[in-house]
Design a protein around this ligand. Structure first.
Ligand code: AMP
Length: 356
C-alpha cells in the first residue's frame, strides 16, 4: 500500500478522549479527521474537521462515512465488529481488522485466544447460568472474579467472589453471560503497547506499570519496576498477537506480574490505551502518532523513551484542581473538554516528567 498523503482524511469511530488525542496527532501530520459517533458533543467531535452522527448499526450512514474518508480506525473496542465489516463492504479500508476487534470484545474469546497463542492467563470458564457458575467455582476455587463476557470496562460488570455466600445469586446480579476468572495474586500490573505497520514492522514502547482504584486506572509509572526478562516476554507476547492478526495499528496487552516474574495476560485492547498517555511527552513518537502512522501506511516512528514519567488520571472532581496542576512546572496537563465532572468519569490526565 502507498502511504496516504497529507491532506487525506482519517476516519475515527468513537468520539471520546482517545479519538481527540488521535485527532491531534493526525492533524500534526497534515491529515484531516472525521469522527463517526452516536453521541454529539464528545471530546473528539469538538476537534475534528467533520462529525457524522449515526448509530453503529446504520448501514447507509456508515456507507456515507466510508465514502468520505481514506481509512477508518476505532478509538474504543466496543464498536461492533459488524460496523467495521459494513465499512469494508462499503469500500473503506479499516485498521485494525474486524476479527481483532471481535476477539477483544469478548473476554472468553480473548482469554481462549491468549491460551491458543501460548500466552498464560488466569484460570477461567464461561458461565451462562447460576448452575454453570457453581460448577466453575468448584473447579477454579475462590477467590475469583465474575465478569460479563462483553461490554465491560474500567471494572464495570465485575463481581468479586471471596466466600461461598458471595456465589449465591451472583449470576443474576451480573445479569449477562459471563466468565469466571481465578483471582490472580499479582505483584504488579503492567501493560505493553506496541504498533505494527502495514509492512509488518513492529515498534514497542517500554513496559509501564499501572495502578487501579475501583477498577479504573489511576496511575501509570514509566518505567515499570520489572526485570529485563519480563520486558522481553511481554514483547514476545505482543509480537505473537500482532503477527497472528496481521495487525495494523497500536495494540495494548495488560498483564499481571506474579511473584516468580512470570506474566499472566488479563486483556488486550485493539487501540491506543490510557496507560500509554505518558508517550505524548515521554517517547519520541506518541502512541497516538504511532497509530496514525501505522494506519496511514507511513513508516513507524521510534518508540524510544526520552524521559521517565508518571501519569495520573483526573477522575471526576479531581479535574477541578486544574489550576494548581497548571502551576506545577513539572506537570503536563491534559483536559478532555468533557462538560461535567461525573463520578468515575475520565476528565483528563497529568504527566509528570522526571528529566534526566
Ligand atoms: P479488567 O476490567 O478486567 O481490566 O479489570 C480491572 C482490574 O480489576 C484489573 O486491572 C485488576 O486490577 C483487577 N482484576 C481483574 N481481573 C483480575 C484477576 N483475575 N485477578 C486479580 N485482579 C483482577
Amino acid at each position: 500500500m502507498k502511504p496516504l498523503p497529507p491532506g487525506s482524511t482519517i476516519g475515527i469511530l468513537g468520539g471520546g478522549q482517545l479519538g481527540r488525542m488521535l485527532a491531534h496527532a493526525a492533524q500534526q501530520l497534515g491529515f484531516d479527521v472525521a469522527i463517526y459517533t452516536d453521541e454529539p458533543d464528545g471530546p473528539a467531535t469538538r476537534v475534528a474537521a467533520r462529525t457524522f452522527i449515526g448509530a453503529y448499526q446504520d448501514a447507509s450512514a456508515l456507507a456515507d462515512f466510508a465514502r468520505r474518508v481514506d481509512v477508518v480506525t476505532t478509538e474504543f473496542e466496543n464498536v461492533p465488529a459488524e460496523t467495521a465489516e459494513a465499512l469494508i463492504a462499503a469500500g473503506a479500508r479499516v485498521a485494525p481488522s474486524p476479527n481483532a476487534l471481535a476477539v477483544a470484545q469478548d473476554r472468553f474469546d480473548e482469554k481462549s485466544y491468549f491460551q491458543s497463542a501460548g500466552i498464560d492467563t488466569p484460570p477461567f470458564a464461561a458461565v451462562s447460568s447460576q448452575a454453570e457458575l457453581e460448577a466453575a467455582v468448584a473447579e477454579i476455587g475462590l477467590p475469583a472474579i465474575l465478569k460479563t463476557r462483553r461490554l465491560g470496562y474500567d471494572g464495570r460488570g465485575q463481581i468479586r467472589l471471596t466466600k461461598a455466600e458471595d456465589v449465591a445469586g451472583a449470576y443474576d446480579k451480573l445479569g449477562a453471560p459471563g466468565i469466571l476468572e481465578g483471582f490472580c495474586a499479582f505483584e504488579c500490573e503492567v501493560s505493553i503497547i506496541a504498533a505494527r505497520g502495514v509492512d509488518g514492522s513492529i515498534e514497542y514502547f517500554d513496559l509501564c506499570e499501572n495502578e487501579h482504584a475501583s477498577g479504573i486506572l489511576s496511575r501509570t509509572q514509566m518505567p515499570a519496576h520489572v526485570s529485563e526478562l519480563v520486558e522481553v516476554n511481554a514483547r514476545e507476547a505482543a509480537k505473537r498477537v500482532l503477527d497472528a492478526f496481521d495487525y495494523v495499528g497500536v495494540l495494548t496487552i495488560e498483564f499481571f506480574v506474579i511473584g516468580d516474574g512470570s506474566l499472566v495476560a488479563n486483556e488486550m485492547a485493539p487501540r491506543v490505551h490510557n496507560s500509554g498517555h505518558w508517550t505524548i511527552e515521554g517517547a519520541l513518537t506518541s502512541q497516538f502518532e504511532q497509530h496514525i502512522r501505522a494506519i496511514a501506511g507511513w513508516p513507524l516512528g521510534s518508540a524510544k523513551r526520552v524521559a521517565d514519567c508518571e501519569m495520573f488520571n483526573l477522575i471526576g472532581e479531581q479535574a477541578l484542581q486544574w489550576e494548581a496542576i497548571a502551576a506545577d512546572p513539572s506537570a503536563r496537563l491534559h483536559l478532555y473538554g468533557k462538560r461535567d465532572a461525573r463520578t468515575g468519569r475520565k476528565m483528563g490526565h497529568v504527566t509528570k516528567l522526571k528529566l534526566r
